[in-house]
Design a protein around this ligand. Structure first.
Ligand code: R5P
Length: 309
């Protein structure tokens, strides 16, 4: 198996290859032509091989690079192409909200899976996203990676900033054996939200509260959630998310109202302290039917992860 790191996910791709017992890893050559077009080249032949391309879709250019890499890998004779899209951008437009709009998530998924035998992603935005793929889709979660870090710190209550994140926070609650709640969120526009505490919700006074979200984008959701929890007397508020986009001054604004903040490495960001590499590698091992207990080269970290799952 070979692992290729697209420019949006080089670090994570290398971590995945390490988790797979140092599977051959490469960063494709890329340059821009004078007219701005992207050029990529993958080294050597992949005749008969399983090739894993890791590339998050954060910016439009990431998509073009992904499509070119998929084509190059197919042209190089790969037996199977595994497309890992740790952060699947465009997933929030998972339905037509107004006439004339596309279902952007579906449009992107259809093209991304054209040259893929299977797609692996992490914490899709909503269950609707799962139905848009026609190829086999495997979804890892950032929740176990974040939970691994939270085991080392005080946690009294886990909080999802909205109802859409309740499944994730419930899962975190089950892993850590801690109570959880979902706040109520009203979105005003793409940058402004209002947060409400659920009627009859628990007393948060003096508690260490962990916010658990799938994506932090402008930071509006986390900032307003943290303020609400502080107003209600929380002693400490820690913000966590799977996909840390931290647009504009989001990072500074969140830091001002929380005690700590961390994210996974699905998107390169300043607080990527939890890695989803073992979770992605576990899916690849399972799908390729490699037994981690008999493969001496598989990392002990991953062996433990597969044993747990
Ligand atoms: C919303 O449904 C998501 O789960 C996130 O809460 C949201 O996308 C975060 O966006 P922002 O950081 O811009 O408030």
């Amino acid at each position: 198996m070979h692992v290729l790191g697209g420019s949006a996910s080089t670090t994570l791709a290398e971590r995945v290859s390490r988790e797979l017992g140092n599977a051959p890893f490469a960063i494709p050559f890329r340059k821009r032509f004078p007219d701005g077009e992207l050029y990529v080249r993958v080294g050597g032949s992949f005749e008969g091989q399983d090739v894993v391309i890791v590339q998050s879709i954060r910016a439009d250019a990431d998509l073009v690079e992904l499509f070119l890499l998929q084509d190059a890998v197919r042209e190089s004779g790969a037996r199977r192409v595994w497309v890992v899209i740790p952060y699947f951008g465009y997933s929030r437009q998972d339905r037509r909200f107004f006439p004339g709009e596309p279902v952007s998530a579906r449009a992107i998924a259809r093209r991304a899976e054209l040259d893929a035998d299977a797609v692996i992603t992490v914490d899709l935005h909503s269950p609707l996203n799962r139905g848009i793929f026609q190829r086999p889709l495997h979804e890892a979660s950032g929740i176990p990676a974040i939970a691994r870090l939270l085991r080392e710190r005080p946690v009294d209550l886990l909080v999802s900033p909205d109802k859409g994140g309740v499944d994730r926070v419930r899962r975190m609650g089950e892993i850590l054996g801690k109570p959880w709640i979902g706040l109520e969120k009203k979105r005003i526009d793409s940058e402004r939200v209002e947060l409400y505490f659920p009627p009859g919700g628990p007393d948060v006074r003096g508690k260490h509260v962990i916010l658990v979200d799938d994506v932090i984008s402008t930071g509006g959701t986390i900032v307003e959630s943290a303020k609400l929890l502080r107003q209600r007397g929380a002693e400490a508020v820690v913000a966590t998310c799977t996909h840390g986009l931290f647009l504009k001054d989001a990072f500074e604004r969140i830091k001002a109202v929380t005690d700590d903040i961390f994210a996974t490495d699905t998107v390169e960001n300043p607080v990527e302290r939890a890695s989803v590499a073992p979770d992605i590698a576990a899916i690849l091992l399972r799908e390729l039917a490699i037994d981690p207990s008999t493969s001496a080269s598989v990392s002990p970290n991953l062996r433990a992860e597969v044993a747990r799952s």
